[in-house]
Design a protein around this ligand. Sequence first.
Ligand SMILES: [Fe+2]
Length: 316
Amino acid sequence: MGSQMDRLTFIKVMGIGGAVFATGLPGFAEALGPAGSAKASDFYFVQLTDTHWGFEGAKANPDAKGTLGKAIDAVNALDPQPDFVIFTGDLTHITDDAALRRKRMAEFKEQASRLKARQVRFLPGEHDASGDHGAAFQEAFGPSRYVFAHKGIHFIVLDNVSQDGSVLGEEQLKWFATELAKTPKKEPLVIFTHRPLFDLYPDWDWTTTDGQKALDLLKDHHFVTVFYGHIHQEHHHTTGHIQHHSATSLIFPLPAPGSVPKRAPIPWDPAHPYLGLGFRQIHTQPAMLKVGEGQGLLVLSEKALADPSKAAEKPA
Ligand SMILES: [Fe+2]
């Protein structure tokens, strides 16, 4: 695609509506190379989060059994398909019953297998992992922390839910430091976690107790973006040079941090079904950028489930 087309495409993305957020990711162009080079690539991926399979509660979501399937249909309708889809935790709803936990994992996995995207990745939330330190999750989905690379971008998945105390833990931090040492500091880095790595609202467990240690390890990496779930709403925050973006849930929204005395699901509104539920497309569009400018761009496109035409909108 030529730069003119890319710019028009970008305008189209920006024009979808109020639920679109765009952010510059410095360094993407520099790191990925000029358009047409071997490393340059425009692609997008999808973040789904907090599907809570097994949740029951008509006040919060009378379609708890149907919402995940609706989201999968919306993602399957995207053309072209995303390069990959990632679920950022709370795949299943919490239970003390180990057999039921495994049943929910199996049912969730069966549903997720309907996704047409070539690659689907998973990480656990505390609902999946806190009851057994992540054992059932790992049986069903493999390691709860891992690295991968895609078209010049480094991705690292961190597990801040499998141990007691909302922590990453010293052993994982050591592993993280080792992985970061293999990652050139000027190449773009995307981190996925379930809980926020910063203190968003610790009273509601919207934090990672030792998250600052992870952020300290990232301080010499120039271009870092963190995507997370857990708080069941869209939220954007910056710590130093690191950007943090949470996505909406696919079961029920939660109130803004500290806005009400008690953290509880926002009730379902029959006049606006699926309001506050959705998923996110993340487009990397280095070809839009001027070569040598040293600026890159990542476009976040929030897709509301409430409006099927938007949820299934063709990505730019
Ligand atoms: Fe959740």
